[in-house]
Design a protein around this ligand. Structure first.
Ligand code: C2E
Ligand code: CA
Ligand code: CA
Length: 876
């Protein structure tokens, strides 16, 4: 009886996976298997017909010997031990013992054929009892063993020769060497097959197989030789064989299992080490690979039930797992939104193979359910309890890693959002001011310093009204629409940003590109008109009607345009200039205005004004009065003097009141300013009073002073300090602004009346409430605005206003003074209308204080004798 076996690559889970390499490998496997089978069959046949002779051990008939060889070959396979290698399983069997027994029992040439039959039979039986195995696999397996047997038997025969008696030292030597050759051949074939079918390197496979096989080889050979010895010298010794074989089998199994255990935990440690990843897909991918490796699984599925992260690259994130066969796939489940990652062994199981056990473990971290891990084991080679334990431990590690990855992903998203929000406007998604400044600055620096660039600054008109009447949601919608339209209108490299509430900016880095790029820069047509044209386009486009919540709206926008060479101003400065232009566009109610450096200077001055005014109020030579006589229309004799303020600005020269009075009126300095003017005016008035001119001084009072309840007291105080009678002071009040607190105004006016200062309505006819004003308080004077006087001779309406003022004055008992009389014609026309007093260049321009007395004298002198008493005083 003989039988061969040492190692067989019992690869079951491998066939053709996807990809080019697996296909080529599968082909290699088939060719190798075919060659092995062919060689085994041919060699078995040849060996059987060779005329080989060898002394019989028991003088048994040939068929009994062959039968014994077949049976021992079969038993060697039944008593096989298996271990996992990659995704395949390697069997190690009692082949050497079978070889030795077969060699001494069967006729020499029949051993290969007997092995082929015995091994194949055993495997068919195993398959029938356990699980389905492909016929090709079984045939290949048996053929490899038969080939090994052929080699081993041939070498043993060569050493033993036909003459060496059974039990001779030479024969034992032949058996030992033959067994080694058998081992080498089966081992070589197994390693070749395994390395074609698995990812592990041949070296790694060889080391693993040898480690498992070598002790078994030694035991097998010893058992074989002991049996032969017993057969020869005392068959009773055979009784010792079963316990020894049983013990050895236990030892082998223990050795293999310990090794397997060590390897699994090693793989486990390796796998869990690589589990850490920054994304769920990464972790899932590592988890799948690790599980396939650790458990030698056929299929692994990871179901993740953590809340998903909105990431652009989420679907199919696991598809392109680097370096792997690309089978890992993520299936996004509908319903609860969990994700399922699946991977299978790189090579499909043999068709018809029965699946191994399926182990499912829930993944939990703390109390949070992370998901579920399911492992389809290839084959139950280890006790089920141990596999389950390992899967549980693996599931825990995986759960932790997935949980970490989720936290990490959340953090990354948050980071990205913070970074995005830092440079983007949340509502419109446009760049914000900060990013416009940095990106825009980078653009400016990348351009030739003489290249003209433009900044357009946009501001929606009446946006507050939209918010106020339609609500903030509608307002947001309007802003988004504007942002969209702006983005549509801009071209490559142009930057659009939302700077604030309803303020947008566009940077045009190439306003001159309409010209041929070959044109030298200094010959490029002026870029400003181009920029303005772009701005108009924008105004038109944004002005297209838009439906907001069922309301058709037209968004009106004002644009400030600035053009400058890239190297001459930074972006902040460009925006500043554009905003000055924008202010102008708003002020003039035009859609587009271009930056003009002249108005810029004044606007900068505007900002500096309040501080400078403080200095002016303490310095005594900066604020000065010009004095303009008011005359009797008919005679030309002076009837009063109006004080007009000037600011002798240390840097900007002489400033007229329109350049600073507005600022004064709206600032904190109004009261000290008014006090200052009153002082100057009363000082001047006491001067001409001393010179004998008994005419009052008129001082312009801001309407806002009427809101100051302490104002009458201030006036009284000023009069007292200058020892002037109240009637010498006329307060000219322009009721041009709507007064919010009419009650205070009325009180102040009443108090002023009580003081007995005179009250004059300045710019009469222009203020919408002039008429209302005269009904509230008794006034002493109406000053008809210059515009009516100027137009009076051409416009009947203007003349009607003057006539109306004259009539009103007569009725109220107030004198009527016409302002801005420049010509004799106007004087005559005013006289014809019944007007009695006037003021204007025709009589006298405003004069410095030192010239007023002379001018008054001149006017009085020119007047008819009616004013003689004054002149007499002067002469006398
Ligand atoms: P107003 O009270 O209507 O002053 C008359 C303005 O007309 C003065 O301009 C004066 O120089 C100018 N004017 C006088 N005659 C003629 C003329 O024949 N033709 C022309 N074209 N103009 C003439 P001014 O001095 O620039 O003052 C402008 C305005 O500033 C004044 O208008 C007054 O409302 C305001 N203002 C002047 N001084 C003060 C002041 O001390 N306090 C306040 N609150 N406002 C003042
Ligand atoms: Ca005035
Ligand atoms: Ca006036």
């Amino acid at each position: 009886m003989t039988s061969p076996t040492a190692v067989s690559a019992e690869v079951r889970s491998d066939a053709a996976g996807p990809g080019v390499a697996p296909v080529r490998r599968a082909l290699g496997v088939r060719m190798l298997m075919g060659a092995v089978v062919l060689a085994a069959v041919v060699l078995s046949a040849i060996a059987a017909v060779l005329p080989l002779e060898r002394p019989d051990i028991l003088a048994q008939p040939a068929f009994v010997g062959i039968g014994a060889a077949v049976v021992s070959a079969a038993f060697a396979q039944f008593a096989r031990l298996r271990f996992r290698l990659g995704r395949g399983t390697v069997s190690v069997s009692w082949g050497e013992t079978a070889l030795i027994l077969g060699f001494v029992l069967a006729p020499p040439g029949w051993l290969p054929a007997a092995t082929l039959v015995g091994a194949a039979g055993a495997w068919f039986l195993i398959t029938w009892l356990n699980d389905q195995r492909a016929v090709t696999d079984i045939v290949h397996l048996a053929a490899s063993l038969s080939l090994g047997t052929t080699g081993g038997a041939a070498v043993a025969y060569a050493i033993t020769g036909s003459g060496a008696p059974v039990g001779s030292t030479r024969m034992y030597a032949g058996l030992i060497v033959g067994s080694a050759v058998y081992l080498l051949i089966t081992f070589g074939l197994a390693v070749a097959t395994l390395s074609l079918r698995s990812d592990a390197t041949p070296r790694h496979i060889a080391a693993r197989v040898l480690h498992a096989k070598l002790p078994m080889f030694v035991g097998n050979v010893l058992v074989g030789i002991s049996v032969v010895y017993a057969l020869v010298s005392g068959p009773w010794w055979l009784l010792m064989a079963p316990p020894v074989v049983w013990l050895l089998q236990r030892t082998y199994r223990y050795h293999l299992r310990a090794e397997e255990e060590r390897r699994v935990w090693e793989a486990f440690a390796r796998a869990t080490r690589t589990l850490g990843g920054s994304t769920e897909a990464e972790v899932a991918d590592a988890g799948l690979r690790g599980a396939l490796d650790v458990f030698g699984a056929r299929r692994v599925e990871i179901e993740v039930s953590l809340p998903p992260h909105q990431r652009d690259d989420e679907p199919g994130a696991g598809d392109d797992t680097a370096g792997w066969a690309g089978k890992c796939q993520v299936v996004v489940e509908d319903g609860d939104g969990g994700r399922r990652y699946v991977d299978e062994a790189a090579y499909d199981p043999m068709p018809g193979a029965a699946p191994g056990p399926v182990i499912t473990r829930e993944m939990v971290v703390g109390r949070a359910r992370v998901g579920e891990l399911t492992v389809w084991l290839a084959e139950p080679t280890l006790p089920a309890a141990r596999d389950e334990l390992a899967v549980s431990a693996y599931a825990d590690a995986l759960a932790g890693a997935l949980h970490d990855a989720a936290a990490h992903e959340r953090l990354m998203l948050l980071d990205a959002k913070v970074a995005h929000d830092g440079v983007h406007d949340q509502l419109t998604g446009l760049a914000n001011r900060r990013s416009l400044l940095t990106d825009g600055e980078a653009v400016l620096q990348s351009l030739h310093r003489d290249r003209p660039v433009a900044v357009l600054l946009l501001d929606l008109n009446d946006f507050r009204e939209v918010n106020g009447t339609l609500g903030h949601r509608a307002g947001d919608e309007v802003l988004r629409t504007v942002a969209e339209r702006l983005t549509d209108l801009t071209r490559d490299q142009e930057l659009v940003a939302r700077l604030g509430d309803d303020e947008f900016a566009v940077l045009l880095p190439s306003v001159a590109t309409l010209a041929d790029s070959a044109t030298p820069l200094h010959e490029v047509p002026s870029p400003l008109p181009q920029a303005v044209r772009r701005a108009r386009e924008i105004v038109d486009e944004i002005g297209r009607p838009v439906d907001i919540g069922g309301v058709r709206l037209v968004v009106d926008v004002a644009v400030g345009v600035v053009v400058e060479k890239a190297g001459y101003a930074d972006l902040g400065e460009l925006i500043r200039r554009a905003s000055i232009a924008l202010d102008q566009a708003k002020e003039l109610h035009v859609g587009v205005a271009a930056y003009d450096s002249a108005s810029d200077a004044s606007s900068t001055d505007h900002l500096a004004l309040p501080a400078e005014l403080v200095d002016a109020l303490t310095a005594d030579d900066q604020l000065v009065l010009m004095l303009q006589p008011e005359v009797d229309l008919e005679s030309g004799a002076p009837t009063g003097v109006e004080a007009l303020i000037r600011w002798n600005h240390p840097r900007r020269g002489l400033l007229t009141p329109d350049l600073f009075v507005g600022t004064v009126e709206h600032g904190e300095l109004l009261a000290p300013f008014t006090r200052h003017v009153l002082d100057l005016a009363l000082t001047a008035a006491s001067g001409w009073a001393a010179a004998g001119f008994d005419v009052p001084v008129s001082v312009n009072i801001s309407a806002r002073s009427l809101l100051d309840a302490t104002f009458p007291a201030q006036v009284a105080d000023a009069l007292r300090r200058h020892r002037m009678v109240p009637a010498q002071l006329v307060l000219e009040i322009t009721e041009s602004m709507a007064v919010s607190d009419q009650g205070v105004v009325d009180e102040v006016l009443a108090a002023l009346r009580e003081l007995q200062v005179q009250i004059s309505v300045d710019d009469f006819g222009t203020g919408f409430s002039s008429l209302a004003f005269v009904t509230r308080v008794q006034v002493d004077e109406l000053k008809v605005d210059r515009s009516f006087v100027t137009e009076m001779t051409d416009s009947a309406a203007a003349a009607a206003v003057v006539r109306g003022a004259v009539e009103l004055g007569a009725r109220l008992g107030a004198r009527v003074v016409a302002e801005g009389v420049e010509t004799a014609d106007q004087r005559a026309a005013l006289l014809a209308l019944g007007c009695t007093a006037a003021q204007g260049y025709h009589f006298s321009r405003p004069l410095p204080a030192e010239k007023i007395v002379g001018a008054l004298r001149q006017l009085a002198d020119a007047a008819p004798p009616k004013i003689v008493p004054l002149r007499a005083d002067e002469v006398g």
